[in-house]
Design a protein around this ligand. Structure first.
Ligand code: COA
Length: 261
């Protein structure tokens, strides 16, 4: 894995565990950390050992309390657009990753933290999780994809309310709105839940999982016909050895062994 200063990474039994590790700053995402995430996800794509990813924040208090405000405070009109596009690009890498990525949200997921969690394929929250897009308090708006992903995830009315008021919501409300898949009492239990989900996915055909990522993401891409993407992806699956294995195993009444080919 790429050399990192602000992210702890460990691979165990096919799962890559990433921990944003700037606890004294509530794991705020500075540019360096964002670049580390970019490098890691570029590697995840080609690394055959890694079958799924869990992202969390260091400590108990915070997942990620936003982009680093000391850097935001230095932006100007010329570099602000690049700043936003850079974050959007990195989060798209997560969203488009063909291996499942789960955010384990411990504590504050604010601003860029909420945006990063939303770019993951699923979110498992610890009971103390707090979500919000408080950028209006700083005179700005979400810039790492939040205006889009929050709206897709929870609908326009609620997304407008959260972004315009800057209010935080707790884990229960986030689950009610569809922002969170599961809530667990502790971080350990939340990681356990994410591991259970990933281990189940790891028994399925990897190519099919990647195709699901593409098809689901195509819903959000206005330039793409999602039904066409689905039909093309379906055909790609049928070309694979895993398709032969899956259908044969069913007919032979045995468990399939998928190779991702
Ligand atoms: N960027 C940079 N530093 C941040 C940060 C951020 N997004 N969020 C927290 N920190 C830093 C604080 O400046 C403080 O650093 P210091 O000890 O060197 O002064 C440290 O993390 C602890 O934060 P603190 O504010 O003292 O903790 P708290 O428990 O009183 O409050 C929050 C927690 C999350 C409510 C508060 O830190 C906050 O509002 N953070 C900003 C959230 C935000 O607006 N995010 C969107 C940015 S676009």
């Amino acid at each position: 894995m790429a050399e990192t200063k602000n992210i702890l990474s460990e691979e165990k039994e096919g799962i890559l565990y990433l921990t944003v590790n700037r606890e004294s700053k509530l794991n705020a995402l500075n540019i360096d950390t964002l670049e580390e995430i970019r490098n890691i996800f570029n590697e995840v794509v080609d690394n055959k050992e890694i079958k799924g990813v869990i992202i969390t924040g260091s400590g108990e208090k915070s997942f990620i309390a936003g982009a680093d405000i000391s850097e935001i405070a230095e932006l100007n009109e010329l570099n602000a657009r690049k700043f936003a596009e850079n974050g959007q690009e990195v989060f798209s890498l997560i969203e488009n990753c063909h291996k499942p990525v789960i955010a384990v949200v411990n504590g504050f997921a604010l601003g860029g933290g909420c945006e990063l969690a939303m770019a993951c394929h699923m979110r498992v929250a610890v009971a103390n999780a707090k979500f919000g897009q408080p950028e209006v308090n700083l005179g700005i708006i979400p810039g790492y994809g939040g205006t889009q992903r929050l709206t897709y995830l929870i609908g326009r009315g609620k997304a407008n309310e959260l972004m315009m008021t800057g209010d935080m919501i707790g884990a229960e409300e986030a689950k009610r709105l569809g922002l969170v898949n599961h809530i667990l009492a502790t971080k350990e239990e939340a990681i356990g839940q994410a591991e259970d989900i990933l281990k189940k996915i790891m028994t399925k055909a990897p190519l099919a999982i990647g195709m699901i990522v593409d098809c689901v993401n195509s819903v959000y891409n206005r330039e793409e016909n999602g039904y066409q993407t689905e039909a093309n992806s379906f055909a790609r699956c049928v070309k694979s050895g895993d398709y032969k294995e899956g259908t044969s195993a069913f007919l032979e009444k045995r468990k399939p062994i998928f190779k991702g080919e």
